[in-house]
Design a protein around this ligand. Structure first.
Ligand code: HEC
Ligand code: HEC
Ligand code: HEC
Ligand code: HEC
Ligand code: HEC
Length: 478
């Protein structure tokens, strides 16, 4: 029989198309698996003890029981008639969602294993991904564990090399969050990384977040399993970012202290004041903040909640403070005239909202891109009776959430959100040993300073300017 070449071509094309569709991966659907298909983390701990102890108490292990998350997820569920239930939980308790144990959103039907958040046998039975954002993972629970080794042998399970696990795209499944109905980007850590310099240099999330290096890859020689071979590098599992709040009371000191250390590796601060000035002069001081250590924006993640800001003081030679910017009041609210580095989301009417499920736009986005510098200009008048030298001190501070929101969600006084000093620097005017410039120092303030200096503030004339390209209005649709 004679077959026309055109028909052969069509046939080949059709074949290719069918192959393609069958390859187009589908994310694991809610309720399509059961929780007893997954293994408890305690089982993995029997051979992977070190890795387990790193994971335990970190934010991945706490992702479902985190009270801040739970309160917000329950409020979202109530206000959307349950529309957000599996959406939120897909990242915070993936096993709970694929097993159909959630809803209800209160977690009352969750098995013990699902309560363990983002855990061993979730991440290591991810066999593929259908993309980036809103958790499009493909799970194949069972005897095979996917991981970074090509030569791994375990007496307990099969092992399979997974390139995905060694790349930011693995993290990007959950660390890019867009609104489920209008597509607005709510968290964009992966995209910030992808668009920034680190992705171009091939530096992955894992290089900073799963090695002792904090801001760069650093080898961690050891064993992946007690009976495994010694290897040049084992990835750590602390999952430490900036959360020194929840880790303080649900995790342990290790994770809290590591979060503080990471925050203190993220930025550099320089204060640049004029060398000399007369009492009564109005002077301008430049304070620059450089995102020197984070592979994404500073801050990143849930940035409508996170707060980063400068606390700046100017004192004269007798220790009288005549300028104070960025102070907290007695309710621990940041002075409203302060520039806060974060995002403000807007609801349908364009009013600011702290409820991500109501968000339809980004009203403002003041953050610092990786390796970029923001410069604030502080202008004040030196009091006529001030003695030399004038010292200008700046502290870069971080808080996981505004205290007012935590007080609103929980009974007031239940949780105090710690203020972390990321960096400190100072400079002086009319100093005898002239060239003192910006000594850096760091620390934690568990009890924020609320002192005010009545009378003296009247001399201050604050003007703040951010020079970097930061007033970005992001509105993306998927
Ligand atoms: C009886 C001991 C034992 C138990 C239990 C065990 N493992 Fe392993 N696992 C090993 C050994 C040994 C290796 C090989 C280590 C190496 O190659 O360096 C390994 C390797 C791995 C790897 C690396 C695979 C690769 O190819 O990169 C992953 C991932 C892993 N295990 C996950 C798990 C998870 C998740 C659990 C719990 C569900 C678990 N293991 C339980 C012994 C065990
Ligand atoms: C958020 C997902 C995630 C969770 C949760 C997780 N892992 Fe991993 N694990 C990874 C990734 C990603 C790598 C590989 C990193 C790379 O190669 O860049 C890895 C690597 C490993 C390896 C290979 C050795 C190493 O560390 O490089 C073992 C073994 C392992 N994990 C076991 C576990 C066990 C046991 C648990 C639970 C205590 C666990 N993992 C929890 C994502 C996860
Ligand atoms: C299943 C979704 C999922 C995957 C995959 C995932 N994460 Fe997460 N991760 C989360 C959730 C949810 C939280 C927040 C938990 C909370 O705050 O209650 C989190 C928290 C974190 C934190 C702590 C943030 C802080 O504020 O301290 C870091 C760091 C982190 N993840 C890094 C990673 C890296 C690196 C990878 C890739 C190797 C990864 N994650 C993969 C869901 C995921
Ligand atoms: C060059 C090193 C580096 C790389 C690469 C990097 N990070 Fe980070 N990350 C940091 C530092 C430093 C911090 C602490 C400062 C901050 O909060 O941004 C941090 C903080 C975080 C936080 C907590 C943010 C907050 O304030 O709640 C999350 C979540 C996170 N990183 C996830 C990721 C993910 C996901 C990737 C990859 C897409 C990634 N990081 C790539 C260094 C890095
Ligand atoms: C695509 C994955 C994903 C989805 C969907 C998601 N989250 Fe998250 N959530 C995360 C990650 C990742 C973090 C950590 C980011 C950071 O540290 O800033 C986080 C952090 C949080 C935090 C901060 C917890 C803390 O301790 O600081 C709250 C609250 C939260 N999410 C609530 C929600 C609610 C409510 C929903 C649904 C309306 C939701 N999340 C949907 C991934 C997700």
């Amino acid at each position: 029989m004679f077959i026309k070449p055109k028909i052969v071509m069509l046939f080949i094309l059709l074949m290719l198309l069918t192959v393609n569709t069958s390859l187009a991966a589908e994310q694991t659907a809610p309720g399509s698996l059961s929780s007893d298909m997954f293994e408890r983390d305690a089982k993995c701990a029997s051979c992977h003890g070190i890795i387990h102890s790193q994971w335990e108490g970190g934010m991945h292990s706490l992702a479902e029981i985190d009270p801040f998350y739970k309160k917000e997820a329950e409020m979202a569920s109530k206000e959307t008639d349950g529309l957000t239930d599996t959406y939120c939980a897909r990242c915070h308790t993936p096993i709970g969602v694929v097993s159909g144990e959630l809803p209800p959103v209160d977690g009352s039907k969750l098995s013990d294993i699902a309560k363990r958040g983002v855990q061993c046998d979730f991440c290591h039975t991810v066999s593929d991904s259908a993309g980036i954002g809103n958790a499009p993972f493909i799970l194949t629970p069972g005897e095979t564990k996917w991981g970074p080794f090509k030569d791994s042998n375990s007496p307990y399970h099969f092992t399979e090399f997974s390139d995905l696990h060694t790349k930011s795209e693995f993290c990007g499944m959950c660390h890019d969050v867009s609104h489920p109905t209008n597509g607005l980007m709510l968290e964009a850590t992966y995209t910030e990384w992808k668009e920034g310099p680190y992705s171009k240099e091939g530096v992955q999330c894992q290089d900073c977040h799963m090695t002792p290096g904090i801001t760069k890859y650093e080898a961690n020689p050891g064993k992946a399993a007690s009976m495994g071979p010694k290897r040049d590098h084992i990835y750590t599992h602390y999952a430490v970012g900036a959360n020194a709040f929840i880790t303080d009371f649900l995790g342990d000191d290790t994770h809290r202290d590591m979060a503080i250390e990471r925050l203190q590796s993220a930025a550099t601060l320089v204060v640049d004041a004029p060398r000399s000035a007369e009492a009564g002069d109005t002077v301008t001081v430049d304070i620059s903040i450089t995102n020197s250590g984070a592979g994404h924006m500073l801050p990143t993640g849930l940035t409508d909640m996170r707060e980063m800001w400068l606390d700046v003081t100017a004192t004269d030679g007798d220790g009288n403070k005549f300028y104070h910017y960025g102070a907290l009041d007695e309710d621990k609210n940041i002075d409203p005239d302060t520039l806060v580095y974060h995002t403000v989301l807007g609801d349908a009417d364009g009013n600011p909202t702290s409820k991500v499920w109501l968000a339809e736009s980004v009203i403002s986005d003041h953050r610092i891109s990786p390796r970029e510098t923001a410069v604030e200009q502080h202008t004040f008048t030196i009091p006529a009776d001030a003695n030399d030298p004038v010292i200008i001190s700046a502290k870069l501070q971080y808080r996981s959430a505004p205290q007012a929101i935590i007080d609103y969600l929980f009974d007031e006084g239940t949780y105090i959100v710690p203020v972390i000093i990321m960096a400190q620097a100072s400079d002086s005017i009319n100093s005898p040993d002239s060239d003192t410039n910006s000594d850096s120092d760091k620390g934690v303030q568990t009890e924020p300073t609320t002192e005010s200096t009545p009378g003296f503030e009247a001399f201050g004339l604050a003007g703040v300017l951010v020079i970097s390209a930061m007033f970005v209005h992001r509105k993306r649709r998927v």
